[in-house]
Design a protein around this ligand. Structure first.
Ligand SMILES: [Zn+2]
Length: 161
């Protein structure tokens, strides 16, 4: 029977399809792994936002990964409460997102009332804060498009939800 630790190690290879270098654990999507009798495994995930199409892909990847390791029964549960926040992205997740060319979400103070106001989004290439929003929606609805006014490079910003 596989231990919880072993399963967590295997799941490190499951990444967010939006940012293929960042694992679902680093994204804060992977919430829990429980092992039951007869090798049964229940994996709990929290969607980055409700209705995110990437979640179906992630659930399938988890299932394929664990079945590929010889597990027989894999349950995937979605936990919607507490809701995912960008604060759940780990420091290593933020660094990898940055290295991938996506501006990580800006950390906000818990009591910040201006929830819908975007902070300055620094350019992931030259770190300039002279950037402008080009489109609220990038390649997927989880990201928005920005352009750097200094190095002229377009880049994507992972939105705060
Ligand atoms: Zn730049």
């Amino acid at each position: 029977m596989s231990s919880r630790e072993q399963i967590l190690t295997w799941l490190e290879s499951v990444t967010d399809p939006e940012i293929p270098t960042v694992s679902i654990e680093e994204m804060g999507i992977l919430r829990d792994v429980r092992t039951g009798e007869a090798g049964e495994v229940t994996v709990t995930i929290t969607p980055t936002y409700s209705g995110c199409p990437a979640m179906d892909v992630i659930a399938m990847q988890i299932r394929m990964t664990l079945l590929g390791r010889g597990l027989k029964t894999v349950h995937i549960e979605q936990s919607l409460s507490p809701a995912w926040t960008t604060d759940w992205i780990t420091e290593s997740g933020r660094q990898k997102m940055h290295a991938f060319g996506i501006a990580p979400p800006v950390r906000k103070a818990k009591d910040d009332l201006a929830l819908f106001e975007e902070d300055e989004v620094p350019c992931p290439k030259c770190a300039s804060v002279h950037t402008e929003l080009v489109s609220r929606f990038g390649a997927t609805s989880c990201k928005s498009m920005y352009r750097c006014l200094d190095c002229k490079e377009p880049f994507e910003h992972f939105k705060c939800h």
